[in-house]
Design a protein around this ligand. Structure first.
Ligand SMILES: [Zn+2]
Length: 342
């Protein structure tokens, strides 16, 4: 009996040491310790032994039982250790996480602010939800101005202000003109107001939210040459030394005289191409501040004069890059394949 036991233990130990998977070890365990396992069979034979032999063989069985259990346990631990072991080569370069960058509109806002700050403009921001009075009346726009239709401006459903009228989503940065006059009190004023604007348009060249930058300069003896000089400076720094600007007479209610500002096309240098057609691209509106607007801001138009301009950030940035984006809505579609290019 003792000999059978010894042979069984030897055989089992060899099997355990040869096993290479947890599954094999599990089945070896069952073959030994299971209901009809080899060790159980021998235990059942104990009753046929003499009273002298019983305790001796019983103790032996217990000893081998522990030995085999330990052997299986140790082997399992070794297999798990090998399976989870990862070789680390510290000399291999690390994996760089993808780095983002500022959105191109934010980049443009920072560049434009810096350019105007260098010539003494102060960057400000005014409410993007404002009263009709700041958006229209204070800017010399009458009640019947087409800009005040609900297909041109978002109106907020709220009780109107007794003096300032209905609430609107600011349709242009010009709403900040009289607010700046109120803030500063008396000139000089050199404001650059950059903010989001809202109009109910949604097509390939319009998004309902867009950005404008608005310049306003008020002081004694300000005239058109100051306006022209500022635009020349901006065009040189922002677009490059070769670009030229021109003023084209136009009509706005809040400026008199008013101009559209054009810049030579950067793609063809003003010769005419597919992007610009005739060599010029339109930057946006400008003009000398209308006396009624100065009065709305409690500034005496007999003492002070000023000029103002309000241009689209998205549009100005596209012109700098010489880009013609087929669909402006791409800017806000969060497609990184597009945004990564800037
Ligand atoms: Zn061109």
């Amino acid at each position: 009996m003792e000999e059978t036991l010894l042979k069984l233990v030897d055989k089992s130990k060899k099997e355990i040491s040869a096993a290479s998977t947890i599954a094999t070890l599990n089945s070896i365990f069952l073959n030994i310790f299971g209901q009809s396992g080899t060790l159980m069979k021998i235990t059942k034979e104990l009753k046929h032994l003499s009273e002298e032999e019983k305790p001796k063989i019983g103790a032996l069985i217990n000893r081998y039982k522990k030995e085999l259990e330990n052997a299986i346990k140790k082997k399992k631990a070794r297999i798990i250790e090998q399976e989870t072991k990862v070789d680390i080569d510290v000399t291999i370069p690390g994996i760089r996480p993808p780095l983002g960058h500022l959105h191109l509109v934010t980049q443009a806002i920072l560049q434009i602010s810096r350019i105007f700050e260098k010539i003494g403009f102060t960057r400000v921001r005014y409410p993007e939800i404002d009263w009709e009075w700041y958006s229209f009346e204070s800017l010399n726009m009458t009640k019947d101005s087409p800009a005040r239709d609900d297909f041109e401006t978002f109106f907020i459903e709220a009780d109107p202000h007794p003096k300032f009228g209905k609430m609107v989503l600011s349709p242009h940065t010009s709403s900040g003109q009289v607010r700046e006059m109120e803030r500063v009190g008396s000139p000089p004023i050199r404001m650059i107001n950059i903010a989001k604007c809202y109009r109910p348009n949604w097509d390939i060249s319009h998004t309902p939210m867009f950005h404008q930058f608005e310049g306003l300069v008020i002081d004694k003896s300000i005239n058109i040459t100051h306006l022209k000089g500022t635009f020349d400076y901006f065009a040189r720094v922002f677009f490059g030394p070769k670009r030229k600007i021109r003023l084209r007479p136009f009509h706005f209610q809040f400026t008199e005289p008013s101009f559209e500002v054009d810049i030579t096309c950067g793609v063809c240098d003003g010769k005419g191409c597919k992007l610009c057609k005739e060599g010029w691209l339109e930057l946006g509106g400008s003009g000398m501040v209308h006396p009624n607007v100065l009065k709305a801001g409690k500034i005496d138009p007999n003492i002070y004069t000023g000029y103002a301009f309000g241009w689209g950030i998205e549009r100005t940035y596209m012109m700098k890059e010489g880009l013609k984006i087929e669909d402006l809505r791409l800017l806000y579609s969060n497609d990184t394949r597009f945004l990564d290019q800037f």
